[in-house]
Design a protein around this ligand. Structure first.
Ligand SMILES: *[C@@H]1O[C@H](CO)[C@@H](O)[C@H](O)[C@H]1NC(C)=O
Ligand SMILES: *[C@@H]1O[C@H](CO)[C@@H](O)[C@H](O)[C@H]1NC(C)=O
Ligand SMILES: *[C@@H]1O[C@H](CO)[C@@H](O)[C@H](O)[C@H]1NC(C)=O
Ligand SMILES: *[C@@H]1O[C@H](CO)[C@@H](O)[C@H](O)[C@H]1NC(C)=O
Ligand SMILES: *[C@@H]1O[C@H](CO)[C@@H](O)[C@H](O)[C@H]1NC(C)=O
Ligand SMILES: *[C@@H]1O[C@H](CO)[C@@H](O)[C@H](O)[C@H]1NC(C)=O
Ligand SMILES: *[C@@H]1O[C@H](CO)[C@@H](O)[C@H](O)[C@H]1NC(C)=O
Ligand SMILES: *[C@@H]1O[C@H](CO)[C@@H](O)[C@H](O)[C@H]1NC(C)=O
Ligand SMILES: *[C@@H]1O[C@H](CO)[C@@H](O)[C@H](O)[C@H]1NC(C)=O
Ligand SMILES: *[C@@H]1O[C@H](CO)[C@@H](O)[C@H](O)[C@H]1NC(C)=O
Ligand SMILES: *[C@@H]1O[C@H](CO)[C@@H](O)[C@H](O)[C@H]1NC(C)=O
Ligand SMILES: *[C@@H]1O[C@H](CO)[C@@H](O)[C@H](O)[C@H]1NC(C)=O
Length: 704
């Protein structure tokens, strides 16, 4: 069949449009990498193993009946990637000759068969009749026993699991030799991010010439989805202290059951935690439409603020309610401050000034609560509530704590101005912040090491932490570019084949602190992504290949093994899908693709957005990214071909921002244009800056 020249042309144009990514927003150019299901029904991919006497009618069809006969007979289904939700079965004919009256959850005496064991695990390491652990380090989740009647059996929602790849059904060890149960697997009802009808249609996308970066971005986006949970499905810690068995049924105070919030981890704790929001907000900005899950997580923190002291909780409700009962051992200066930072960043990213006003007096009170711990001579906060992200030795005049304190004061002052609350109290924050910055450099910077000490004590001088140094750079506690670059160079010496080492938690790699290190590096060197992307590729590739190809683990050992030194007893408690490990989302969308909402980003000024791609050293020849912000869609795509850079952005009409043209490592360029008009300007820090750019579509060309 021949084509008329006109048809050839139009097909060619359509192809080019696809290549250039001028498809309508929402088409998602990276869709082949999306890990989220397109419906809420999930089926196993294959049977991982069987043990004992198991008859499978059709090994190709996992809805077809499986017969388990005799003690310990078991079948393990593999979903091929991490999933989440409520399994539904159909029980067929069976034969029971025992009745267990131990009172284990789910046992009902006199049913046809009492007790088919159900267990879940994220890692293949823990496949067996008992689940991996989700309820306090010291607690065994064990096996849930389902009552068996012939017919359909949707497992109760409280026994859903926030993330798992393997699901095992097993006969109790006390079953008789002839006892048998016939079971068909109907589906898993996917429960993550309940507000989204089609879970695969989250708002952001990212696609580039680099397969590894695409895999990492999509595993991170899927992780954020799995950690976005219904407000009545947190791990039930209060119950666990009273009896055996685990449940995902705890309700957060201040929210209703149909609300959803961004939690720390999908398996556990499924709870709002403020430090997780330090990464989670940026991750949500570039993947989610609206930030309601972030807002609800913050509500669940504010709602249990200590009214007597003004302190905000280590964990939000519901886990924070338990910590309040347990007393001061679980208080945290850093998480107190991260809650305020989360509040401010949420208000900036969402423009939700109503939320800002609602909690303003709580925030003022929370900041005042710290004053009694401030050293009057140095202005530094002396940490006394030492629970933190897992590190040891928090407390005293600690660098990370004070970098965070500095940032909290300045951000709160900014929000005060935004809300029209500016007065002497607010001005005082800026004065206090300036004093902290001076003292931190006078008392805690170690010029011979080119790094900050951990704290002001002798023991604190023996350690130069990752967290304190990363936060000092990220939050602008350094006094010169030279100092910033020196710190980053020294930290780079700790980049191992498994990732960046965090000596403040000996033997650990923290994807949380390393995610913040990615931001710090890209912010300090907007034009040069070399080290940041090398770290991102090394550490996150290792995490994907080793632990889960579909989600991001919370922490592991510096020898690369599945152990996290924060947890005293064993690796079955480690969460393999954790919000704070998703730093690559914003690193790639915000810094490498290079479109950011500047009101939200500390390093910006002028306008609502900035286009500032980190081209040098990124190792990609083209990239496309997009998301939905307050005013609408933000989209960016660029190509790098030899010495020629071409970029297109689409930003909301009515907005004003700044374009930074990358000069590709050159002091001057042959040609630079915005929307076809030549731009004259000198390269400053690797860019030619063009301010006051309006909304709509803009094209940028740079030829060196
Ligand atoms: C396995 O179970 C079936 C009934 O489900 C029974 O007929 C068969 O004998 C059992 N096989 C063994 C080896 O016990
Ligand atoms: C799988 O088995 C179930 C139950 O026996 C049956 O209803 C369904 O049609 C089968 N599906 C396929 C694709 O064979
Ligand atoms: C079933 O498993 C239990 C616990 O592992 C073990 O003690 C028992 O010997 C097993 N029974 C059979 C028949 O394999
Ligand atoms: C934020 O809200 C204020 C009013 O509260 C409005 O004037 C401003 O335009 C909004 N900004 C954006 C980016 O929507
Ligand atoms: C910090 O507070 C602790 C506990 O109140 C106190 O023992 C210590 O002296 C304080 N350190 C400084 C440097 O103020
Ligand atoms: C400043 O604002 C805070 C919080 O709104 C308030 O508590 C304080 O009284 C105000 N101070 C003055 C001097 O108006
Ligand atoms: C100071 O830092 C060291 C090293 O992290 C730690 O061992 C020590 O406990 C810290 N001191 C205080 C007072 O927190
Ligand atoms: C910082 O400045 C010192 C002294 O001028 C110089 O030796 C060093 O190379 C500089 N470091 C960086 C990273 O620029
Ligand atoms: C991830 O995928 C790679 C490549 O297919 C494979 O080698 C590796 O075993 C997988 N890892 C896990 C944890 O599934
Ligand atoms: C779960 O916790 C219990 C109690 O601490 C421990 O004995 C068991 O080994 C843990 N299981 C896993 C899979 O880590
Ligand atoms: C960082 O701090 C310096 C003062 O040390 C200040 O001049 C600069 O504006 C700050 N940068 C940002 C982005 O706030
Ligand atoms: C970018 O950073 C890398 C690693 O520090 C360095 O080797 C390279 O020269 C830098 N490129 C430019 C243009 O500054």
């Amino acid at each position: 069949m021949g084509l008329a020249p006109r048809e050839v042309m139009s097909r060619l144009t359509a192809c080019l449009a696809l290549l250039l990514g001028t498809t309508a927003y929402g088409a998602n150019p990276g869709s082949q990498y999306v890990l989220s299901p397109s419906s809420r029904t999930i089926l196993p991919k294959w049977i991982y193993q069987t043990k004992g006497n198991v008859t499978i009618q059709s090994s190709r069809n996992y809805s077809s009946p499986v017969v388990l006969t005799g003690p310990n007979a078991s079948v393990t289904y593999d979903f091929g990637q991490m999933v989440a939700g409520i399994p539904e079965f159909t029980f067929g004919e069976g034969h029971c000759s025992f009745c267990n009256t131990l009172g284990l959850p789910g046992y009902t005496c006199g049913t046809l068969c009492s007790g088919l064991g159900l267990s879940y695990t994220e890692s293949a390491r823990f496949v067996g009749p008992a689940s991996d652990n989700s309820t306090l380090y010291s607690h065994e989740d064990g096996t849930v026993y389902l009552p068996v009647f012939p017919g359909r059996y949707p497992t109760p929602a409280k026994w859903q699991r926030g993330s798992f790849r393997y699901l095992t059904l097993s006969m109790p060890s006390s079953a008789a030799q002839t006892q048998r149960i016939t079971v068909s697997f109907d589906r898993v009802l996917f429960t993550a991010q309940p507000s989204l009808t089609n879970p695969s249609q989250y708002a952001g996308y990212f696609h580039s010439s680099d397969d590894l970066l695409n895999r990492i971005w999509h595993a991170a986006a899927y992780t954020v989805q799995l950690t976005t949970v219904a407000a009545n499905s947190s791990v039930q810690h209060l119950l666990i202290l009273q009896s055996a068995g685990w449940e995902e049924s705890a309700q957060a105070d201040g929210l209703i059951a149909t609300d959803e919030y961004l939690s720390d981890g999908a398996k556990r704790d499924r709870n709002p935690w403020s430090a997780d929001l330090a990464v989670g907000i940026r991750s949500s900005v570039v993947t989610q439409k609206g930030l309601v899950a972030v807002k609800n997580a913050l509500e669940a923190c504010f709602t249990i603020q200590d009214v007597l002291t003004g302190y905000l909780p280590y964990a939000g409700s519901p886990l924070g309610n338990l910590f309040a009962l347990l007393g001061q051992a679980y208080d945290s200066d850093t998480y107190h401050l991260w809650t305020i930072v989360g509040y401010a960043e949420y208000v900036l990213a969402s423009n939700d000034t109503a939320f800002g006003q609602k909690h303003w007096s709580a925030v003022i009170g929370a900041i005042s609560a710290t004053y009694q711990y401030v050293d009057s001579a140095s202005g530094l906060l002396n940490g006394t509530k030492v629970s933190d992200w897992g590190r040891v030795g928090q407390g005293g005049q600690n660098t990370a704590l004070n970098a965070l304190y500095y940032h909290t004061l300045l951000l709160t002052a900014r929000i005060g101005n935004l809300l029209g609350q500016s007065n002497n109290t607010i001005n005082d924050y800026t004065v206090r912040a300036a004093k902290i910055k001076r003292s931190l450099n006078d008392l805690l910077y170690d010029p011979s090491a080119g790094l900050f000490f951990d704290n002001t004590t002798t023991a604190g001088h023996a350690l130069h932490p990752q967290d304190g140094n990363v936060l000092a750079v990220l939050f602008n506690l350094t006094q010169s570019h030279n100092q910033t670059i020196t710190i980053l160079q020294k930290l780079a010496q700790r980049h191992s084949p498994f990732g960046a080492l965090a000596p403040e938690l000996p033997g650990a790699i923290s994807p949380f602190i390393t995610g913040l290190e990615l931001y710090a590096r890209l912010q300090a060197q907007h034009h040069n992504a070399t080290i940041a992307l090398s770290l991102l590729r090394t550490q996150w590739k290792y995490m994907l290949d080793t632990f889960s190809n579909s989600t991001l683990i919370e922490g592991y050992a510096s020898d690369g093994s599945l152990n996290y030194p924060f947890y005293p007893d064993g690796s079955g408690f480690i969460s393999l899908a954790h919000t704070w490990s998703t730093g690559p989302l914003y690193a790639l969308s915000g810094f490498v693709a290079g479109l950011r909402m500047s009101g939200f980003d500390v390093a910006e000024g002028g306008g609502e957005w900035a286009f500032q791609p980190a081209v040098e050293g990124a190792g990609v020849s083209w990239v496309k990214a997009g998301w939905v912000g307050v005013r609408g869609a933000y989209e960016v795509e660029w190509t790098l071909n030899g010495g020629r850079f071409e970029g297109t952005i689409r930003v909301p009409v009515g907005s004003v921002g700044t374009i930074y043209l990358p000069t590709l490592g050159q002091g001057s360029v042959r040609r630079a244009t915005v929307d076809g008009k030549a731009v004259n300007g000198v390269s400053v820090d690797g860019f030619i800056r063009v301010g006051s750019v309006g909304g709509g579509e803009h094209t940028v060309v740079v030829q060196v």
